[in-house]
Design a protein around this ligand. Structure first.
Ligand SMILES: Cc1ncc(COP(=O)(O)O)c(C=O)c1O
Length: 344
């Protein structure tokens, strides 16, 4: 019963097979491998973006941080949600790689910035001239850190506010596939058609061993990103093993199949918890992440049954909030066992 994160799962057989195939013979290094040409063509096709520049890195943190560094100057403000991964969980990597850009936090319920809160924050940033940071860029996350999903219309209403100040817009898509499956829209609709300029396109949470793509819809950013990736030590020499994973991930829509499974298990768990009198969801379950609270006794029962999840915030009334994440390999039996232990 591993619900701590979707990155507690292994990799599906298709990915392992692709790695074994890539291990045959020789190929060029540093991203010049044949498989990377395939990945680039596939991602351009999937995103309906024939000019897009595409790069692979091994962690979501560096995908975000290098994309942000490419899009904003050091004196820029990066507008993001108060609970964004770039704010809470990246140890200052966006600030470090951008040589000091400042994250400016925007509020909104259930992990989503509201357009009004963003507009207000935009209006007051940069007002003190040379004494303050200047407006730099927008970064949003989909699936959000609260497990909710921005629709393309919601994304567009945020990017519209940012574009009114000529700001570039980044999407942290560590769970891009999960968001897409929920929305049933196209990758283009969730991104450039809604005003997104760059995407961290996650693979690791959804079954890869450690590969994320960074996508720039404007190839003018390509060379700077390449230099930044190398300088940061994130250009892999045996890059073909990253390419092989991403190529297999995209082949036959494996990425969507895996996310569909993860989301189905997230929904099963969310619905099961919502049906209990003793527990309550704290955010709507819209993809593969579930947030809920219940009394301490329920946590003790789950822990002694071997359930692994994040036990987040003890509250004065004795209830504690938990975060559970389903992955591509979560089974119905895992979910049902969790619910049985919670019920007691
Ligand atoms: C929303 C979001 N963005 C980025 C990341 C970064 O991933 P990594 O741990 O690979 O650096 C995570 C991982 O938890 C995440 O949840």
């Amino acid at each position: 019963m591993f619900f701590a994160s979707d990155n507690t799962s292994g990799a599906p057989p298709e990915i392992m097979a692709a790695l074994l195939n890539a291990n045959e013979g020789y190929d060029r290094s540093y991203g010049n491998d044949r498989l990377m040409a395939d990945v680039t063509a596939r991602i351009r096709h999937i995103f309906e973006a024939p000019e897009a520049a595409i790069y692979l890195v091994a962690t979501g943190t560096v995908a975000n941080a290098l994309a942000i560094a490419t899009l904003t100057p050091p004196w820029g403000a990066v507008f993001c949600h108060r609970h964004a991964h770039i704010e809470m969980d990246e140890c200052g990597a966006p600030e470090f790689y951008s040589a000091g850009a400042k994250l400016v936090l925007v509020d909104g319920p259930h992990g989503k910035m509201t357009p009004d809160a963003l507009a207000q924050t935009l209006a007051t940033t940069g007002a003190s001239g040379v004494h303050g940071v200047q407006r730099g860029m927008l970064s949003i996350t989909n699936v959000t850190e609260a497990g909710t999903v921005y629709t393309p219309a919601e994304i567009a209403s945020l990017t519209k506010r940012a574009k009114a100040h000529n700001l570039p817009c980044h999407l942290d898509g560590a769970r891009f596939a999960n968001a897409l499956v929920t929305l049933g829209c196209t990758p283009a609709e969730m991104t450039w058609k809604s005003g997104i300029d760059a995407v961290s396109f996650g693979g690791t949470k959804n079954g890869l061993l450690g590969v994320e793509a960074v996508i720039f819809f404007d190839p003018a950013h390509a060379w700077e990103f390449e230099l930044r990736r190398k300088r940061a030590g994130h250009l892999f020499s045996k890059h073909r093993f990253l390419s092989a994973q991403m190529a297999a991930y995209l082949e036959n829509d494996l990425w969507l199949t895996l996310a569909t499974r993860a989301n189905a298990m997230g929904q099963r768990l969310g619905q099961g918890i919502a049906a209990l009198n003793s527990a309550a969801l704290t955010h709507p379950t819209q993809a593969n992440m579930v947030f809920a609270n219940w009394e301490r006794g329920g946590h003790a029962r789950l822990q002694s049954a071997g359930a692994i999840y994040y036990d987040l915030r003890p509250q004065p009334d004795g209830r504690e909030t938990a975060r559970m994440v389903a992955s591509w390999s979560t089974t119905e039996a895992d979910v049902d066992q969790f619910l049985t232990a919670l019920r007691g």
